[in-house]
Ligand binder design. Structure first.
Ligand code: FAD
Ligand code: NAD
Length: 465
């Protein structure tokens, strides 16, 4: 006899969604979380607080720079950083307590404490007291944490990860962001908009290295126009605290020249790594890959029977919606169903201004695969709605198979790219073509018409350009 049918370790988007789906399917479920609040990285220190700050800072910049053009005059604009942070904290609280409510509603037991495996059937949960519990099945959904750089000690005050960047008490004068990826560009944008002089140092020669190159080049132009500075092909050798500042030594990867500069704040955003260290996985024989992610098969099974893993702790894009899909699919698989995740139709969005959204293959990937394709593009400065909202930066790009017009990839840079991409995700999921999108009636005036025009342009038939 086991204490539970299913124990889920971790309450992030992977774990809490898996728990709810399992309860819906009639399982007796416990979810274990070492933090005081549910929701994992995403709700507490990731997606949600970062988007709250991005929204507040965008509004601030709008008032400062764009209200004038609408004839709206504001004499003095004040920024109250603690109110702005308070709003973010309230949103996080609302959502994390919302998960507690959903757990109660679905009769899921929330056990607080740090968990590790005692044996293949038993886990130990440590908080004020230690308890051991058993389950018929386990799902490991322990997520990920920030990668650190050797010799750089994080204090979350001056030398920070994304967690510190979500709660700074004052606006830095000068901020260095190490890493031009998702976190670096989103959090760099927040503090740049609020007034910091932000420099991003990136080891490679471009931002967001896996992004479609044409989009990444346009993105860089937009961010530079906003005042963010970039140093490419450099790595940080050291970051040392000196009085109130941090002295940073950058090393050029091409000529080994060194740059020494001082910053108020240094944000380390060089990627995330799976949380596999403290679970005692080796002892029970769970295999990890070269990045310390848990190895799983197509059914989310680890190398140990009845133990499954999902989300950031396994390989693949570290995205909340990917973790959620895996949570549902894993539980349904355990329940004997045959769910399927199409990893080619998982969208990725950077919530900067403009936003950048993509799904499927980039042009560079198609070239590497020797796939013949047509590309259709349409700029937002030829879209009526974009003009009425003064959001004319960027374009839509659709890549379709030369043989049969199936959509292979789509990349959008623009104000509401994150919303627009979902139409293309749906079409890809249904195996659709650019012609399908081109023949669908899109409401006027909306920015979704730019998606239709890009689809028309795959065969050179865009109307408004
Ligand atoms: P997590 O959300 O990391 O949850 C894992 C949970 O397990 C944590 O609560 C942890 O405390 C708990 N845990 C770990 N070890 C143990 C243990 N031994 N015992 C008990 N509990 C344990 N993704 C997006 O899709 N969109 C975004 O906009 C976005 N923005 C982000 C912004 C930032 C700043 C960051 C850092 C990440 C962002 N992400 C975003 C990524 C997203 O947060 C993750 O992909 C997602 O949270 C992964 O979900 P998960 O359930 O796998 O793990
Ligand atoms: P990232 O992988 O997106 O970017 C890291 C960047 O740092 C890369 O461009 C890399 O080349 C660079 N880099 C690595 N080592 C370096 C060094 N020593 N010096 C300079 N540059 C270096 O990682 P991240 O920004 O830390 O984000 C982690 C993950 O969290 C993302 O990959 C994403 O999956 C997730 N996330 C998603 C969102 C979103 O969906 N909007 C937002 C934030 C985070």
């Amino acid at each position: 006899m086991f204490d539970y049918d299913l124990v889920v370790i971790g309450s992030g988007p992977g774990g809490y969604v898996a728990s709810i789906r399992a309860a819906q399917l009639g399982m007796k479920v416990a979810c274990i979380e070492k933090n005081n609040t549910l929701g994992g990285t995403c709700l507490n220190i990731g997606c949600i607080p970062s988007k709250a700050l991005l929204n507040s800072s965008e509004k601030y910049l709008d008032v400062l720079n764009h209200y004038n053009e609408h004839g709206i005059k504001i004499d003095k604009v004040d920024l109250n950083l603690s109110e702005l942070m308070n709003r973010k904290n309230q949103i996080v609280k609302k959502l994390t307590s919302g998960i507690e409510f959903l757990f109660k509603k679905n009769k899921i037991t929330f056990l607080k404490g740090e968990t590790s495996f005692v044996d293949k059937r038993t886990i130990k949960i440590e908080s004020n007291k230690k308890i051991n519990i058993t389950a018929k099945k386990y799902i490991i959904a322990t997520g990920s944490n920030s990668i650190s750089i050797p010799n750089i000690i994080i204090d979350e005050k001056q030398i920070i990860t994304s967690t510190g960047a979500l709660s700074l008490k004052t606006i830095p004068n000068k901020m260095l962001v190490i890493g031009g990826g998702y976190i670096g560009l989103e959090m760099g944008s927040v503090w740049s908009r609020l007034g910091a002089d932000v420099t991003v140092v990136e080891a490679l020669d471009r931002i967001v290295p896996n992004m479609d190159l044409e989009i990444s080049n346009e993105f860089l132009k937009c961010l530079k126009k906003q005042g963010i500075k970039f140093v490419f092909s450099h790595k940080v050798l050291s970051a040392k605290k000196t009085s109130n500042l941090v002295e940073v030594t950058l090393n050029s990867l091409s000529n080994q020249k060194k740059i020494i500069e001082k910053y108020d704040i240094v944000l380390v955003a060089v990627g995330r790594q799976p949380n596999t260290q403290k679970l005692n996985l080796e002892k029970i024989g769970i295999d990890l890959d070269q990045n310390n992610a848990i190895k799983i098969n197509k059914e989310f099974k680890t190398s140990v029977a009845d133990i499954y893993a999902i989300g950031d702790v396994v390989s693949g894009p570290m995205l909340a919606h990917k973790a959620e899909e895996e949570g549902v699919a894993c539980v349904e698989m355990i329940n004997g169903q045959k769910p399927k995740i199409n990893y080619d139709s998982i969208p990725a969005i950077i919530y900067t201004s403009p936003e950048v959204a993509s799904v499927g293959k980039t042009e560079e990937e198609l070239k590497k695969l020797n796939t013949q394709y047509f590309s259709g593009k349409f700029p937002f400065n030829a879209n009526g709605r974009a003009l009425t909202t003064s959001n004319t930066e960027g374009f839509v790009k659709i890549l379709a198979d030369k043989k049969n017009d199936t959509i292979l990839g789509a990349h959008i840079i623009g104000h509401d790219a994150g919303q627009l991409i979902s139409e293309i995700v749906t079409v890809i999921e249904f195996g659709g073509s650019s012609e399908d999108i081109a023949r669908i009636c899109h409401a006027h005036p909306t920015t979704s018409e730019a998606v239709k025009e890009a689809a028309l342009n795959v065969s050179g038939r865009a109307i408004h350009i």
